[in-house]
Design a protein around this ligand. Structure first.
Ligand code: PRX
Length: 637
């Protein structure tokens, strides 16, 4: 097996890029030819960014699981599709060949059918990182149900919001999840969420930790019992539903600068082609390589680079249930050694945290099989980049710094491992088909090199979002209304003297905490739910491990017993409303917040204070009460 569209040299990159800009339709059609279609498209692309309307491979018919499973089950049935490493290194590892995975997926697809799930229905998946999670995702895709995976760290309230927004009819979960030495009661959290979700008719519960759970008659059913039922029916086959290229494949909720998280919608055809193309090219995957993406399938990185990208390429994807620091900080390197991993893809936060534990955890590990290292999710600082390159890659593995977003479906700006140049802390060059544009403060296009601005994309690519679920206007406002005819990413960016891109971070009210995306407004709303809170303002501050930490300024009425405990109460409230990932790192009680005369909080000032700036707070003349600033500065944590 080989990938005819895999770029092998800088010259090939340059010519692919040129072709992708001069004739994008031909460029993407040539790539799409390498997939299994039930019916070819009649037209490659229709688009405008005004509405927006984006359609790729019009009238093309396919099922993504035939591309991820059937074709490989036929041509390379025994190649491992998924290798699974459990939380506990001593417990049983599992492996699924393409042939086995296809059977498991068809079997669970039949379970979904038995539970009345039909094409177009929405299914919420809230599971640990076990193979059954990937099986559940693919089984939905098999029958044309739309999956909405919710990360296992979100609270009951967050799950309920997502289930209600998408009106899911079925939930797939497990009794609990192992995370290091902790057990998380997933089913109990789902039970709390479902109090508010009338649309859910069925809950399928996988046994993972065998913790006692409630099982409600008529609604809840065990995964294992359902499998037994289909086994006794004796038909292991489940046809792949014919999907239009533009039918929805999944919804994934992500935070924006305002309001509740929005459901980013990806469709079957374009997403598949784009996830595959970027996987094959960025990581320079070679058949037989073992690819280890450390993300959770609850995030876009897991969707695109644990499930759909690798499997659509017939690759071997390693899936890990646990955390990088348990039983010790050598766990990733242990996995690389044990499974002879060739490509590892992780987040800068993980790198910084493991770096802080020192070199002892790497010492005895054989990392010689590694060929490519990747990072994603947040800017990587040069120190972490060099540590990764030297200690893990032994200076012989290229590091790909991949910039992209939930909305983009796949990697957008990144070097191609060993093929295009790398530069520490720079994402470097766009993937063919991606046309980045920087817009300066005057709202004009920043031309040439050595410049900076807000990062936008000028032309559609197959993997881009199509809408936000149930609210197309929100999609337009968020991404297409800031600048005419451009997709606005929300990121600030530099273009250096070589034309390499470097992402500087979000320019809106979205924080990237440990590579997880959190809206400041969401955290404020959660803090404001606490009984004593009058008002709050949340900003990010530089954090040595997490990249950004969460700093909350809170006006509070009546401390309960003790200031410290009250702060913990507030944190608990945030964990209840959103999840532990959104807990503030610092809470400062204040008497007032810096506001303009029209009542708008001047976050810019609060951000500067949180960053430790003492003098240059910028223009404060618009403030209603400048004395507030001084008081806040005095109390800085
Ligand atoms: O700010 C950018 C940052 O992560 C944001 C997207 O977050 P999310 O949708 O959760 O997807 C993360 C995984 C794809 C972006 O707007 N980001 C992502 N990758 C990088 C990055 N910032 C700098 N460098 C990166 N390589």
């Amino acid at each position: 097996m080989s990938y005819p569209y895999q770029i092998k040299s800088l010259e090939e990159y340059n010519s692919a890029y040129k072709k992708s800009v001069e004739d994008p339709e031909k460029f993407w059609a040539d790539i799409a030819e390498n997939f299994t279609w039930k019916n070819k498209w009649d037209k490659v692309l229709e688009w405008n960014f005004k509405e927006p309307k984006i359609k790729w491979f019009i009238n093309g018919k396919l099922n993504i699981t035939e591309n991820c499973l059937d074709r490989w089950a036929e041509s390379q049935p025994d190649t491992p599709a998924i290798i699974w490493e459990p939380n506990d290194p001593e417990s049983h590892r599992r492996k699924f060949s393409y042939k086995e995975l296809l059977l498991k997926v068809m079997q669970f697809a039949n379970v979904l059918k038995n539970n009345n799930v039909k094409k177009g229905d929405r299914v919420c998946i809230y599971m640990p990182m076990v193979p059954e999670l990937a099986i559940a995702v693919l089984a939905c895709a098999r029958i044309g149900a739309i999956h909405s995976v919710v990360f296992g760290g979100f609270s009951a309230q967050s799950i309920a919001d997502r289930i209600q927004d998408a009106e899911c009819s079925l939930v797939i979960t497990a009794d609990g999840a192992y995370r290091g030495n902790k057990t998380i009661p997933l089913k109990a959290i789902i039970d709390d969420a479902l109090v508010r979700c009338d649309s859910v008719k069925k809950v399928i519960v996988l046994t993972r930790v065998r913790t006692p759970v409630s099982m409600i008659k008529g609604r809840d059913t065990w995964w294992e019992d359902e499998i037994q039922k289909v086994e006794s029916e004796g038909n292991p086959y489940c046809a792949a539903e014919e999907m239009d290229a533009e039918d929805m494949l999944f919804i994934l909720y992500t935070s924006g600068s305002t309001g509740k998280p929005k459901g980013v919608v990806h469709t079957c055809g374009g997403y598949m082609v784009y996830a595959n193309y970027t996987f094959v090219n960025v990581f320079q995957y070679q058949p037989g390589d073992i690819f280890f993406c450390t993300a959770d399938i609850g995030w876009i990185t897991g969707h695109s680079y644990i499930v759909y990208g690798p499997l659509s390429a017939g690759a071997t994807s390693l899936m890990f249930e646990g955390i990088p620091t348990w039983p010790d900080a050598g766990r990733f390197w242990d996995i690389v050694d044990k499974h002879k991993v060739n490509i590892i893809y992780t987040a800068p936060t993980a790198i910084r945290s493991l770096m802080a534990y020192g070199p002892d955890f790497i010492k005895d590990k054989n990392l010689g099989t590694l060929k490519v290292l990747g990072t994603v999710g947040e800017p990587i600082n040069e120190e972490a980049w060099h540590w990764y390159h030297e200690n893990i890659g032994k200076k012989k593995c290229p590091v790909v710094d991949t910039w992209w977003q939930t909305e983009t479906g796949g990697i957008m700006i990144s070097n191609l491992a060993g093929v295009t140049p790398q530069k520490p802390a720079h994402t470097t060059l766009p993937i063919p088909g991606i046309q980045p544009v920087l817009i300066n403060e005057k709202g004009e296009i920043a031309e040439g090199n050595n410049t900076s601005g807000n990062l936008c994309i000028a032309f559609p690519w197959p993997g881009m979002l199509r809408t936000t679920y149930g609210d197309h206007e929100r999609c337009r406002m968020n991404y297409f209304a800031t600048y005419d005819n451009l997709y606005f990413t929300g990121d600030g960016c530099l273009r250096d003297e070589n034309g390499f891109y470097r992402i500087t971070g979000r320019v809106d009210d979205v924080l990237n905490v440990s590579g997880h995306r959190i809206g400041t407004a969401e955290v404020e709303n959660a803090i404001n739910m606490h009984t004593g809170v009058v008002e709050s303002a949340v900003v990010g501050f530089p954090h040595a491990i997490k990249g950004l930490g969460i700093y909350a300024y809170v006006i509070f009425n009546g401390i309960h017993h003790d200031e410290d405990l009250t702060k913990q109460d507030i944190s608990q409230t945030v964990a209840r409303i959103i999840g532990a990932i959104a807990k503030p790192d610092k809470i400062q009680f204040v008497n007032g917040l810096p506001k303009t005369r029209s009542g708008k909080i001047m976050r810019r000032i609060l951000r500067k204070i949180a960053e430790g700036e003492t003098h240059n707070l910028g223009d404060t003349t618009a403030l209603l009460d400048p004395a507030v600033v001084e008081e806040i500065q005095k109390g800085k944590l």
